[in-house]
Ligand binder design. Sequence first.
Ligand SMILES: C[S@@+](CC[C@H](N)C(=O)[O-])C[C@H]1O[C@@H](n2cnc3c(N)ncnc32)[C@H](O)[C@@H]1O
Length: 314
Amino acid sequence: MVKHITLETIQQLYLTITPKSLGVADLGCSSGHNSLSIIKEMVDAIEEACHKGSRPVPEFRVHLNDLPTNDFNAIFTALPEFYREVRRERNDGGPPIYVAAYPGSFYGRLFPGECLHFIYSSYSLHWLSRSNRATVGLTVDRINPSIPQLVKEKPAVKDKVRQRVVPPALYDDQGRMGSDQVDRGNSFFWELLSRSLATLVSKGEVEEEKLDSYNVHFYAPSADELEDEVRREGSFEMDRLEMFEVDRDVGSITGYGTAVATTVRAIQEPMISHHFGEGIVDNLFEQYGKLVDEEMAKEEIRPVTFVVVLRKRM
Ligand SMILES: C[S@@+](CC[C@H](N)C(=O)[O-])C[C@H]1O[C@@H](n2cnc3c(N)ncnc32)[C@H](O)[C@@H]1O
């Protein structure tokens, strides 16, 4: 669903402006399989649009962004195979694709002027640059950050506004359906992680002070908040906003709890290992998977994803 919207959006953008050289950025690209696979799908989508419209395929300039600690080398190491695959699928042809890394926080300026046509960011915005509470802790409290941070703090977007360039931006991330910031959706998964850590504290496997000093700034906005913030900030029009419940069918033979634990572990492990030490990670996520299953048996947990497409006002 999200991918479909992403590809449709970049195709529409391309057909509107038809640049010879298309600049794309991925904010929070990470270093796994997704980092390059979404780029390949964008290239495929643009090529399809070009063939349908009998237009030449543009060259692609790909700006990969993540925090400086991200393993950009892993992406670069995967690049030769990526290029081989692109060429293989096109009988040794294919458009030039130039990939570069822009390490840094997307809450600061990242790119040179006028180099981007499309900004993409998937599942990265829920990490806030700051919280308005001194200590948030792992449990998601009733905090009031951060769609402002989404739109206002994103100079990668804002700078473009000043320069009167028009980069549409597509963000997808965790959201929520209702007005309550603490619900039985995404925030509940954080609540369960907090409870799992508390269990390890009660068993003496984690020091209480360590838990007290572990802060994660997380926020899942509602559709109203997204709309309000985009309206208040004023530079963008919201072309599209969709909220949908994440499919419960995780296709896992190990069960829902384990599948959720594996996903959350993939996201949280580096931070947890860094703060608590690697030794607790297996126990923690085993405990976590069990808790998820226990809670699901009591009542459904309904995580929500949003997709928003923004376009600069003319
Ligand atoms: C859950 S991963 C998402 C990865 C990828 N976009 C995907 O959809 O699979 C979130 C990524 O956002 C990055 N991130 C978080 N805060 C960031 C910031 N302020 N600036 C740049 N990257 C950030 C993290 O380092 C992480 O790699």
